[in-house]
Design a protein around this ligand. Structure first.
Ligand code: HAM
Length: 429
């Protein structure tokens, strides 16, 4: 009696990237690396697992991410608590402090890979997703804040994206936020009757986040709340103004959104998001800002810094809408064979072709010519090489074009001596 095992499936909100779609990822990653190199950013890789307290302290105890979205566990009861990174910035700053990488000069770094948040999955929102996170460490700005935004604008152009728009705000400095906070709490206290549970819970711990509500009943209260912008001092205003001037010079349109506070607590001064109208509810493709206080918060020397992260799933979805590129072929040449001797000879000829840099698939196993041709066609190869018993006996090989040539013509099938196969292919590929 055979046992039937139950299928094991992937975890909800965590996607497999299959061979038919991974080319899009690889293409995007390669475009991103070239673009990052153009601005002098170097790759940095930190562990996926960090101590939970890094994120609790870095991102903030009273944030959605830390309160309810982190994948956290202990390996044993008395072991430290560990968390799968819900973002890159805290880990990058932890590593920058630990290795003192900004001791002699500022550093431009980037990281790319999976991050984990236990959110409610829907289109464009996943529990494992990918970010490219870009951090300029040791720069006080505002030139670098503007450079990062200009850099993003170049990326959207490179990718052919049009429906993407910049929202900008300044959160000021700690003292300014404190004065605003006091005014804001007074405002919330005066409107306690319209606050929902989350709002009431956060009004003293994180009143700014109360304004970031989606609750329609709270919109009017939020709209009329004291604006942080009105509490900014001269220096903060000048920092913000310089960014605006530079964006205007670069011809980058933006909207100042005084309600933009972001979901992580480490920001000061500049915050920004790039949003699109093409992705439904999950409209934010990129978010970032300045985090001058994070180094000290994590035990390092005061080091100003600014950065942002792009959600790659959302970016790919947007690219898919904007362009129609077809999947690349699996190979240039597909080798079809019949008989044991032909199968062995096929492998040798394929190696000769690979010496030329071509991508070659040798049909694996034995099958009828008809089914091998079908496979050859699906592979997208330009040419099929055919080795039957007759060809082996005569030391020849046949070349059958599978695609139209550049001039739109279909070339003839030819049979040549096996020694001449590379020369003949050079004319065709
Ligand atoms: P964030 O706004 O939390 O910022 O995330 C950045 C981007 O990741 C979002 O704009 C969005 O595109 C994508 N994203 C977020 N959550 C999900 C999800 N559940 N599914 C799919 N995509 C998602 C940060 O993470 C900061 N560390 C950015 C930063 C870097 N600030 C300074 N440096």
């Amino acid at each position: 009696m055979s046992t039937k095992f139950e299928k094991v499936t992937a975890i909800r909100g965590m996607n497999d990237i299959l061979p038919g779609e991974s080319w899009q990822w690889e293409r995007l990653e390669s475009i991103l690396r070239t673009w990052l190199a153009q601005y002098g950013y170097l790759n940095m890789r930190t562990p996926i697992l960090e101590q939970t307290r890094l994120f609790a302290r870095g991102i903030g105890e009273v944030t959605d991410i830390v309160e309810k979205e982190m994948y956290t566990f202990r390996m044993s009861e008395d072991a430290e608590q560990l968390t799968m990174r819900p973002e890159f910035t805290a880990g990058v700053v932890r590593a920058a402090i630990e290795h003192n990488i900004t001791y002699d000069r500022p550093q431009r770094v980037y990281s790319m890979g999976q991050v984990f948040r236990h959110e409610r999955p829907q289109k464009g929102r996943y529990r494992q997703f990918h970010q490219v996170s870009i951090e300029a460490l040791g720069f006080a700005g505002p030139d670098i804040d503007a450079e990062q935004i200009i850099m993003l604008s170049r990326l959207w152009k490179l990718l052919g994206l049009k429906d993407i728009h910049l929202e900008l705000n300044s959160l000021g400095q700690v003292e300014e936020r404190k004065a605003h906070r006091e005014a804001l709490i007074k405002h919330l206290e005066a409107h306690i009757d319209v606050l929902d549970e989350d709002g009431k819970r956060r009004m003293y711990t994180n009143p700014l986040r109360v304004l970031d509500t989606k609750n329609p009943a709270m919109q009017e209260m939020a709209n009329n709340a004291p604006k942080l912008f009105d509490f900014l001092g001269e220096e903060s205003k000048a920092h913000f103004q310089e960014i605006c001037t530079r964006l205007e010079q670069a011809g980058i349109p933006y909207t100042i959104n005084p309600r933009l506070v972001r979901g992580l607590d480490y920001y000061n001064l500049t915050v920004f998001e790039w949003v699109t109208g093409s992705l439904g509810a999950q409209a934010t493709v990129c978010g970032g800002g300045r985090y001058d206080g994070l180094f000290t918060l994590l035990g390092g020397k005061p080091t100003p810094a600014v950065g942002f992260a792009i959600g790659l799933e959302r970016l790919l979805a947007l690219m898919e809408q904007a362009e129609s590129v077809s999947a690349p072929s699996e190979a240039d040449i597909y080798v079809i064979h019949q008989g044991d001797e032909a199968a062995r000879r096929a492998v040798q000829i394929a190696e000769l072709c690979r010496d030329q840099g071509w991508r070659v698939i040798v049909h694996a196993g034995s099958a009828s010519f008809k089914s091998q041709f079908k496979r050859a066609d699906i592979s997208g190869a330009q040419v099929a090489l055919i080795l039957g018993e007759a060809e082996v006996k005569e030391g020849t090989i046949s070349l059958k074009p599978l695609r139209l040539a550049d001039n739109g013509m279909m070339l003839e099938q030819v049979t040549v001596s096996q020694d001449a196969v590379v020369a003949e292919l050079q004319k065709r590929i």
